[in-house]
Ligand binder design. Sequence first.
Ligand code: NAD
Ligand code: DAU
Length: 350
Amino acid sequence: MKKSILITGGAGFIGCHVVQLFVQNYPHYKIVNLDALTYAGNLENLTSIEGAQNYCFEKADIQDAEILDELFEKHGITDVIHLAAESHVDRSITDPLAFVKTNVLGTVNLLNAAKKAWASDLDQHLFYHVSTDEVYGSLHEGGFFVESTPYDPQSPYSASKAASDHFVRAYANTYGMRTVISNCSNNYGPNHFPEKLIPLCINNIKNMKPLPVYGKGENIRDWLFVKDHARAIDTVFHKGKTGETYNIGGFNEWKNIDIVRLLCKKMDEKLGREPGTSEKLITFVKDRAGHDLRYAIDSSKIKNELGWEPSLQFDEGIDITIDWYLNNQDWLEHVTSGAYQDYYSEHYEK
Ligand code: NAD
Ligand code: DAU
């Protein structure tokens, strides 16, 4: 069957890499990118494929159930890869309802549209839901999140993602929808919106602005290069077993403070600054409310069963990332003008 795949959130950070990979690698698939173009969505992320024959863009909001029905019909959607979400934990602390509306209600709207459109042959279609490791909660010293780790979300963001995961599983169980879910660790790489730790620090180091480290910088995250996540999504979409969950991660844990120091060191070199110059910008600030201490993903299942593993070492991925930001000043300027300044002052300068 010829596929017509609806990718939601394709103008965002991870979504744009997934859309590019599918458009370039699968010319026989039609790729429909649905995105509301919130502050986090940016069509400049997709210039490399915007003219491709097998690609089209639909500006739409997943909170709007009616438009979803229309788009399923208009494009004969056969499968969904669902990434659209409110994704920033700090924003979920100030405005939880926005996360309920997009991440929970939006996901249920999409499930309903798929169920309706695919009613006559539900078992021929796949609904792939892209989720996060944050649904498992916070780890202390040892151990990893595995697929059977009980859900224990701690922030409004992770609670909304956990709820959406539960709805996806409920639609599989109740209506027989073919679904698959993947839960990934922290991504980094090109096109990452500079509200998140790594791109925010790269941008601030470039501009000699303070580097806000929450608490003591002791929190630990497991970082994966975004294109490796996109490859994992490709693998799960094509080879994953219906009804299964796959954890995706890099076995690459870092304390926040060590990442910030690494960025300072590398950028001093790249910008021809005296060693130690950028480290002086590190500023310890008030901790995030309810800050999860540690995330660490065990991704053995996807490696053993589907043959995926990360392709890049962190050192190489970070170099590619910094170079991308230094070579894409226009992109950075566009996304940090206007509303970004208001968000930044409200969050960091009050
Ligand atoms: P992002 O914030 O960069 O992009 C989200 C995209 O969704 C944007 O293009 C935005 O315009 C769109 N969007 C938001 N609300 C919408 C709505 N109501 N209707 C339609 N489109 C809407 O997010 P990201 O970092 O690329 O994350 C993508 C997905 O991957 C999310 O589901 C997130 O939970 C998950 N995830 C992210 C990470 C990470 O490290 N960034 C890790 C694991 C999982
Ligand atoms: O684990 C996957 C998740 O990773 C995704 O589901 C989320 O969508 C994504 O945003 C990310 O969540 P985090 O909260 O881990 O990412 P963030 O970049 O916001 O923060 C990384 C760590 O850095 C975290 O411990 C908080 C800290 N931090 C963050 C910012 C923005 C700071 O110390 N200072 C900052 O200014």
